[in-house]
Design a protein around this ligand. Structure first.
Ligand code: ADP
Ligand code: MG
Length: 389
């Protein structure tokens, strides 16, 4: 789960990570009011969306006076902002963050994430901050330092010295960096984050270190343990279909093909998508309806798969282990009938009560295709989708 920069900055503040003073606003008037509470002679107005690269896309503005703050807020609020991290539709701008402008001497990069290979948390830092870290990694990898933290030792002063040296920091700044790294590390563990990224972490003219940007991702499987984090969710920034899927406890990811896949179990869903690809087709989605699925979930899944009109055929591949095949068949029939489905549906069922399930489908008169195995099911779905397209 992602949150907005302004929410992340509040969490930073709670963990003693310095951030500029600022406030959030959902109207130009409010942006003006926030600015009046801040000191300084310049302010930065930043579009709040769940994507980075806002600066390059025109979503970050240095304002010299009240009018510029209000004008920029007016121009941005209510529109979609496209950055190279969003899709072509962009994300809706429902609020802006107004903060004091900092006098930047240096821009660094600092992040903490999970390194699956070493099974450790790893700090990644670079003196070449402020820009696209992927580009730095590709072109000048020597400018990036990696520091792994053993869970038994936790974060130690020497970890911070390693990062400080890589950033070329002096003695006094070293202790400021240690405060920041400690805050990041403790925040990461306390809230079950999967990534914290500060890009840029800046050195100001007077030598302070300040987090100018703040990005936090949380481990979805742990969000339920932190109601205060769950409350930060902004559904307007999420794929509408993926958000709806969550309500029905379905694992759904939108893809760009035209064969809708409905499968139970993530492993079987991956294998099904592979098979569709192997047969020359392209899946419209990843969908795991769960091991113990039921009629309502199957119906919700059909609705999701069909909601955007790009799907030309549906491939159902369900193993009746926990759930019986006749229950699945009843769910499919109810969904197809209720939704007056006209696109071809190929069903492959296997497991408990499979004969009963298949005969229910065959006798329904709804023109559903059944297949004996995944190989032939995928082949047929690809063929039918091609004919329909
Ligand atoms: P994004 O990563 O989405 O482009 P950032 O918050 O990193 O957005 O802002 C982009 C750039 O804008 C920063 O690299 C920095 O140079 C500048 N910037 C952001 N906030 C401030 C600020 N408070 N004062 C001065 N410059 C800022
Ligand atoms: Mg940034």
């Amino acid at each position: 789960m992602n949150i907005h920069e302004y929410q992340a900055k509040q969490l930073f503040r709670d963990f003693a990570i310095p951030v500029p003073s600022g406030g959030v606003a959902d109207s130009a008037e409010q942006a003006r009011q926030v600015m009046q509470t801040l000191s300084g002679s310049a302010w930065v107005v930043k579009v709040q969306i769940h994507a980075g690269a806002r600066g390059k896309a025109g979503g970050v503005k240095v304002a010299r006076n009240e009018q510029e703050v209000a004008d920029f807020a007016n121009a941005m609020l209510g529109r979609q902002l496209v950055t190279h991290q969003t899709d072509a539709n962009g994300l809706p701008v429902n609020c802006v963050w107004v903060e004091e402008a900092s006098a930047i001497k240096n821009e660094f990069y600092l992040s903490l994430l999970v390194d699956r290979d070493s099974e450790r948390l790893i700090f990644i830092a670079s003196a070449a901050g402020g820009m696209d870290i992927e580009a730095v990694a590709a072109e000048t990898p020597e400018k990036i330092v990696h520091v792994k933290i053993h869970p038994a030792s936790g974060l130690q002063p020497y970890h911070c010295r390693q990062v400080a040296a890589a950033l070329g920091l002096g003695k006094e700044q070293q202790s400021r960096l240690q405060t920041i790294m400690t805050g990041v590390y403790e925040l990461f563990l306390a809230k079950d984050c999967s990534q914290i990224e500060i890009n840029p972490l800046i050195e100001t003219d007077n030598g302070n270190l300040v987090a100018l940007d703040a990005k936090i991702n949380f481990d979805d499987n742990a969000v339920a343990l932190h109601p205060e984090i769950a409350a930060l969710r902004d559904a307007s920034q999420e794929d509408a279909k993926e958000a709806e899927a969550k309500q029905f406890d379905l694992n759904y990811i939108t893809l760009d093909g035209n064969i809708g896949c409905m499968v139970n179990g993530a492993g079987l869903a991956m294998a099904t998508m592979d098979m569709v690809k192997l047969k020359g087709g392209a899946p419209a989605n990843f969908l795991d309806v769960g091991g113990g699925t039921n009629k309502d979930k199957v119906k919700a899944a059909f609705k999701l798969i069909l909601s955007d009109g790009t799907t030309k055929a549906v491939l159902v591949n369900i193993f009746g282990g926990i759930v019986k095949c006749d229950v699945i068949a009843a769910g499919i029939l109810a969904a197809v009938e209720e939704m007056h489905l006209t696109i071809p549906v190929v069903v492959r069922l296997e497991g408990t009560n499979v004969e009963l399930g298949l005969s229910m489908l065959a006798e329904s008169g709804l023109g559903l295709h059944t297949a004996e195995d995944l190989n032939s099911a995928a082949e047929l779905a690809v063929k039918l989708a091609e004919e329909a397209a």
